[in-house]
Ligand binder design. Structure first.
Ligand SMILES: Cc1cc2nc3c(=O)[nH]c(=O)nc-3n(C[C@H](O)[C@H](O)[C@H](O)COP(=O)(O)OP(=O)(O)OC[C@H]3O[C@@H](n4cnc5c(N)ncnc54)[C@H](O)[C@@H]3O)c2cc1C
Ligand code: FES
Length: 329
């Protein structure tokens, strides 16, 4: 009922014709109403959590999804390349709950400009810090680049469904394009198995995100540059092609994990699907809420398990490659 009254209010305001200003304020009210609704759900969720913890004992806590909405201390925010930064944020709760492939929604500064939080993959964890590796592409990330140690940001997370980490002795091929290295670094960091080949592609040597500059255990990465200024000359998908040929006879023990620009993801999906190799792809989409409420991040499925659309934020961002309608992206 409250919702219907709210819609009627919105339509009246639009009819009054105050244009963009009214649309912005209506959207702001919608957003605030949604956040109130979310917080109410969260309280109920926390109550359920407390009930489950008390009935099952403390050891069950790690098996339960926890979403935190917190102001978090920024411990560092350092430049890695000309346009890439690594931010360390202190949250023992997010560190405890985070799984590789999950993301957080960050409000880049207090107030309503920019209005929406921005989504970022969790790139790794160290003690009670989690890391965010980000590239400056617009207003929100430019503001983030100015954040200083000791400041606090509002963060919601961890969100979404991450990678399904193989437990047996699989050979894991990690294929990153540019900033897509972020979630794959966390995945590599958390894999118990050491049978990993990590490949990362960049335009040229100046754009390479040196993984050794990201804190945490050492991970070896094969670099490909489009212009051949460092590492393998060519795209990271060409490097993957060579690797798949080499491991051809063992294809049943291969698993591919990928994140990067959509054309690269499409290519990796096609290469793995035609060889019937297991592949999990982390997608990006425009996100307003990050919680499955606004429909802003819908992508078409390949009619997978009876579903027509996925919400990237809630059903993903990691999906089995064969579940996505790549032609429609
Ligand atoms: C699940 C998820 C995880 C993500 N993880 C990361 C991460 O770990 N690190 C990271 O840097 N980014 C990540 N992104 C992308 C990140 O959310 C956007 O780059 C960010 O929201 C841009 O905000 P902005 O305000 O700076 O740019 P906007 O002002 O919103 O956009 C500025 C311009 O940049 C373009 N743009 C927006 N996003 C991108 C992009 N990803 N690449 C190229 N151009 C873009 C827009 O189309 C626009 O033209 C992730 C996105 C999703 C959905
Ligand atoms: S971002 Fe709102 S539904 Fe996914």
């Amino acid at each position: 009922m409250a919702c219907l009254r709210f819609c009627a209010y919105g339509q009246t305001k639009i009819r009054q014709g105050r244009g963009l200003y009214n649309l912005t304020s209506i959207f702001t009210i919608y957003y605030k109403t949604f956040i109130k609704f979310y917080r109410k759900c969260k309280v109920q969720r926390d109550d359920t959590l407390r009930t489950e913890i008390s009935s099952k004992g403390q050891s069950s806590i790690t098996n339960i999804d926890i979403i935190c909405d917190q102001y978090i201390d920024i411990v560092f925010n350092k430049k890695i390349t000309s346009d890439t930064f690594l931010m360390g944020l202190r949250s023992p709760e997010i560190v405890k709950a985070a799984r590789p492939g999950q993301f957080v929604m960050i409000r880049v500064r207090a107030g309503s400009d920019p209005l929406l939080r921005r989504p970022f993959s969790i790139c790794g964890i160290r003690d009670d810090l989690f890391l965010v590796l980000y590239r400056v592409v617009g207003q929100g990330t430019a503001i983030m680049a100015e954040v200083r140690e000791g400041e606090r940001l509002s963060v919601l997370g961890p969100l979404g469904v991450g990678f399904d980490v193989p437990k047996n002795d699989q050979i894991s091929l990690l294929v990153a394009g540019g900033i897509g290295i972020a979630p794959l670094f966390f995945l590599a960091q958390s894999m118990k198995i050491r049978n990993i080949r990590f490949m990362a592609g960049f335009g040229s040597s100046g754009e390479i995100i040196r993984i050794e500059r990201i804190e945490g255990p050492r991970v070896d990465v094969s670099i490909a540059t489009d212009d051949g200024t460092e590492g393998y000359t060519g795209t990271v998908t060409a490097l993957l092609e060579e690797c798949l040929k080499k491991h051809g006879p063992e294809k049943d023990s291969l698993s591919v994990f990928t994140c990067g620009p959509r054309p690269m993801l499409k290519k990796v999906a096609a290469m793995t699907m035609e060889r019937e190799i297991d592949c999990q792809a982390s997608l990006e989409a425009s996100m307003a809420c990050g919680l499955g409420a606004c429909q802003g991040c819908a992508v078409k499925t390949s009619s997978y398990e009876g579903q027509t659309y996925f919400h990237v934020c809630r059903d993903g961002p990691v999906f089995p490659a064969q579940s996505i309608d790549w032609g429609g992206l």
